[in-house]
Structures are given as structure tokens and as C-alpha cells.
Design a protein around this ligand. Sequence first.
Ligand code: ARG
Length: 461
Amino acid sequence: TSSALWGGRFAGGPADALAALSKSTHFDWRLALHDLAGSRAHARVLHAAGLLDDTTLEAMLDALERLRADVENGDFVPEQADEDVHTALERGLIERAGPDVGGRLRAGRSRNDQVATLFRMYLREHSRVVAGLVLDVVDALVEQATRHLGVAMPGRTHLQHAQPVLLSHHLLAHAWALLRDVDRLRDWDVRAAVSPYGSGALAGSSLGLDPEAVAADLGFDGSVENSIDGTASRDFVAEFAFVAAMTAVDISRLAEEVVLWATKEFSFITLDDAYSTGSSIMPQKKNPDVAELARGKAGRLVGDLTGLLTTLKSLPLAYNRDLQEDKEPVFDAVDTLEVLLPAFSGMVATMVFDTARLESLAPQGFSLATDIAEWLVREGVPFRVAHEVAGACVRVCEERGIELWDLTDDDLTAISPHLTHRVRAVLSVEGSMSSRSARGGTAPVRVAEQLQRVVATAGDH
Ligand code: ARG
């Protein structure tokens, strides 16, 4: 209670139960170094405004530096009585600089503008870490796509065989989604790079402090236009939580495919031992736990976003203590992604595809029926008719237990006079894929170009 930041108007300290409820050091301590950076910048603007003389500034910065070293090596940690990271560090400063010097730093700032600023600094830093880790997953996908250029696989809609596609085309589809997530993080940063320092509790500072100078000192592009908005808004947190959740959801869609592909029934991939787990009872088991955890953790990140938005909903301006609940969800999102993504990229980079199996399954399930229909269209047949005719081919094959390419010339003419033996030219996986050569299609030439663009886009980030 001795280190509470108020006292004057209170006869006694807070009840233990209130102190226990109020406490946030167990999660906001991770902002300590950002808080200290903010304090250094704040000391400098106090000095610039003539509120600290040269000697006091020097003593202050010296004490802050010693405090930083102690925080970094673990010699200074929060005590039972410290309410939050800001309270604890003020105590640490006063312990080092004495109350006369240390007690001057709090002028012209509030924990409200302080925490809003530090939180932005923390998230901006981790947005770069997360972006780098997402790009590692993209790199792993690019590696696999490069290694398997030319390999066909069954493309699916509704999880049913649809049309043959290149394995690389499929893998790069995941890469593009992840590149957009990286793009979202960069775009988010444009809005997050605005400093609330100088907003005070809500109304701004009367002490002639320069918020733009603090902003520049802390690596922001500028300071907020409105001190109420600066202290009360948390859309920067919610938007970050959305991008984190979207990233996890995109990862989970690939994860689900990995789980399926690793089954006996699919047998598309073998996971590396280093990225698989065994069973405590079934000796034969090799489980895709990395992919399953990715799927599971996506739910957790959606929960983080939902919890945060629910906290923000209907909160009146300006600061309300509810806002202390804004941190744990995104800290959890950051921690989760930073532990998940390295394992996930390792799994993707090391999984081994059974390319012969993928190739042999590519034309199964009558996945070339669309090619018959489109061949007929090129022969001048209306698509409505072409669709019927190709469908009839499938029905005949299904009845007789044969494949489309087993239909004889007589079978074909019996189905439709429009069908001739020439249709057989398109009844191959290679023919089907290379015919889809418009921009964005699965034709090998297009996919090779696409691969270059993925690499270039990833390189731009
Ligand atoms: N720990 C608080 C938070 O995370 C900051 C302190 C603001 N508290 C206050 N009573 N004004 O939001």
C-alpha cells in the first residue's frame, strides 16, 4: 500500500481484497522495458519544458538506466504491494533516485496515456516478430511448391474430387492467404504508429510538454489528435487481435488438410518424426499433433478477439478500468502465435509427399468430366448440352465401373453424336491442367510464374 500512486485524499489504504482484484503485475510486467523507454522520453520533454533542470534530468536518466539494467537482469521485480507495472517502476525509480528527483517524473502524465502508449509499442514490436514467423511458413510452402512443380493432385470442392490441380498451385493458395495476413499486420501498423503520450488522464497536458517529441523519441510516426481518443480507444488492440485470429484461422485450414493428408486413407504425406508424436498405448501410432494444436489454438485466438471486443462494447469515454482487461487476450494471442508458427513451419518444410499417389488419384472420381464439357463447347455445342453429355459419360462409366478414358468410340457416339474420338485428347491430367492457362489458373506455366510472384511478394515484406 505504501507505493500506491494516490494517498492524499484517502484516510487508509485499499482493502486486501481490492488490492488483489486490482493487481495486474502478473501480466503487465512484460511492458516494463517499454515503460522505461517511455519514462526516459517523458523526462526529456519535462526538461525541454523547463520543468527539470540539467542536473535533475541527468540524475533521473541515470536512475532510469540503473533501473532498466536491474529489470533486465531480474534484480528488480514487482512486489506484493505494487498494483501494476507503472506503480512498480515508479517505486524502483524513487528507490534509486530518491523521492525528490524520482517524484518529479509523474508530472504531466497519467497511467492512462502511459499504458495506451506502451501497449502500442509492445504490439508494434511483436507484429514484426509474428510477421517474420508467418513468412517462415510461406517460405516452407514455397520450398515445397518449388520441389514439386509439375506434380498433379486431386483438386477438391466439397471435399469431393473436382478437377486435377498442381500440388504447387494448392500449396501456394495457402501462401497467398498468409501473405495477406502479413500485409494486414503492416497496414495495421500505419494506424498503430500514433502515440497517446501527452494525453494525460484524458484531457491533455497543461505543462507545455511536446507530445510530438515524445512520439518521435519512441519510434512513432506522430502523436494522437485527440487526448480522449488517445486514452480511451482500443481499436488498435482489437484490430491486432483480429489479424492474429485470422492468421491462426488461415493456418488452421492448412492444418486440417495436413491431418487429413496424413491418414491411412489419404496417405498424401508422411510427417517427419521430429514433427510427429506417438501414443502412450498404441505402439504403431504417429500423430499429427502440430497440425491438431494449430487447429485447436485457432479457436483460442478467436476467443481472444471475442473476449476483447466484448470488453470494449458499450464502454463510455474516456478511460475505464475495464480497459485493464485489454492486455491478456492479445498477450495470449502473441504468445500462442510465437510458439505455434515455428513448429508449424518446421512441419510444413519437412513433410514428404507421396507424389506417385497424388498423381494417380488426380484423375479419379471422374475429375476430367469438365474437360469433356469444355471440349464440346469448343466444338460449338451449347454448355447446357455439353454439361448433360459429359454427365451422361460419367453415368455410363459409373454403371460399368470404368473410367472416362475407357469409353470406346462406339460408346461415345452412342452417348452423343457430338462426341468423337478426338475428345480423348483432353482426357488426361496434363491436358486438363495445361488447358487452364488463363491468369491465376493451374497450368504449369502459370503456376511457375505465380511461384515467382509469391517469392517476390514475400521478399517485399
Ligand atoms: N493498469 C491499468 C491498465 O492497464 C492502467 C492504470 C490506469 N488506472 C487508473 N486507475 N487510471 O489499464
